[in-house]
Design a protein around this ligand. Structure first.
Ligand code: PHE
Length: 346
């Protein structure tokens, strides 16, 4: 090897490095290339080692030229390193970008069943008047559901409701009125309770279901009159159906109340003029009520000469149907989400 030989080799190497660098585009490839060139046993080091084969006087010059190539190569590798680092960073940023303008994933929320909405609304209205909630059992015995409510076995009023019997004494309660007895047996007046719950009757058409829900109310104290009932009902009607809605009482019959009344509210749809909802009458029947029968009070150990009371009972589904304009009771039992969804945010 001599000077010209070295010069040629260096030119070749230089050209090779230049062309390799121009096509290298990853840090890994660059690292390998750099190692092959500038590493301990890389091509430049090999050239250095070859110096010892040169005549002594040529060595300094050749050494200088090789060192110059090393400087040149180092500089070029540094440039390439910087270029590739920037490019890789850019690619990484691009692949990791998050589009913050993308719409988020929607989470479907459930809705309260119309019955639940009405039940809660009723409880909140009556709780505002000082009522507390009592929940009785759904499987009752004959005594609480009928006998204690002044409806003994041979009483014709038993035919008013078709009862599901479990045994000759046990039955699925036909009315939440059974709860009146349970409360009066346990608690001395003053009493002011609200009793919501499911009731069962062998009845099935567009406005009746074998299972439905009622809301019972009972007030017992000294000096309670039908006027108190009427006043409370007016307040209730305005709150649930809208201010301006009035109530009227019509004579009726229930064995456990005397006198008994059916309660109508003025039609909240037409304001009383007469429409489809009120069937042209201007009034809608919403509940049954009355003054607690003396015999019922007596049976529970409450002195009817000292205390009097009123009771009322309404169908929760009926109130829901009226309030939300639902024309088929079955919709309240089918669990069709297309129907139930409409009550979201109510
Ligand atoms: N329990 C009666 C019914 O189911 C309603 C009612 C309750 C009537 C309380 C008067 C007093 O029809």
């Amino acid at each position: 090897m001599n000077d010209t030989n070295i010069a040629e080799k260096l030119e070749e190497l230089k050209a090779k490095i230049e062309s390799s660098l121009s096509v290298t585009d990853s840090s890994k490839a660059l690292y390998e290339l750099k190692n092959a060139c500038l590493g301990r046993s890389g091509e430049i080091s090999e050239l250095m080692k070859g110096l010892r084969d040169l005549p002594k006087e040529e060595r300094p010059q050749a050494g200088k030229t090789i060192n110059a190539l090393r400087d040149w190569a180092e500089e070029h590798f540094a440039e390439a390193e910087e270029r590739i680092k920037q490019a890789e960073l850019k690619a990484r940023y691009a692949s990791e970008t998050i589009d913050v303008t993308l719409p988020g994933n929607r989470h479907k929320t459930g809705a309260y069943h119309p019955n639940t909405l009405i039940k809660r609304e009723l409880i909140s209205i009556f709780a505002g008047m000082g009522f507390t909630v009592f929940e009785g059992p759904e499987i009752e015995n004959d005594y609480y559901n009928f006998t204690a409510l002044n409806t003994p076995k041979d009483h014709p009023a038993r035919d008013m409701q078709d009862t599901f019997y479990v045994t000759s004494d046990l039955l699925l309660r036909t009315q939440t009125s059974a709860g009146q007895i349970r409360v009066m047996e346990k608690q001395a007046p003053p009493i002011k309770i609200l009793s919501p719950g499911k009731v069962y009757r062998s009845d099935d058409d567009a406005t009746h279901s074998p299972m439905f829900s009622q809301m019972e109310g009972l007030v017992v104290d000294k000096g309670i009159t039908l006027c108190d009932l009427k006043g409370m009902l007016d307040e209730f009607a305005a709150k649930i159906f809208g201010s301006g809605v009035k109530t009227r009482l019509r004579p009726s019959y229930f064995p456990f109340t005397e006198p008994s009344v059916e309660v109508d509210v003025s039609c909240f749809e037409c304001g009383g003029k007469g429409c489809k909802l009120c069937k042209g009458t201007g009034w809608i029947e919403v509940l049954g009520a009355g003054m607690v029968n003396r015999r019922v009070l007596e049976g529970c150990g409450v002195d009817p000469d000292v205390y009097s009371g009123f009771a009322f009972g309404m169908g929760i589904e009926r109130i829901a149907m009226l309030k939300y304009g639902i024309n088929n009771m079955k919709m309240l039992f089918e669990g069709d989400t297309r129907f139930l969804r409409q009550f979201r945010m109510q």
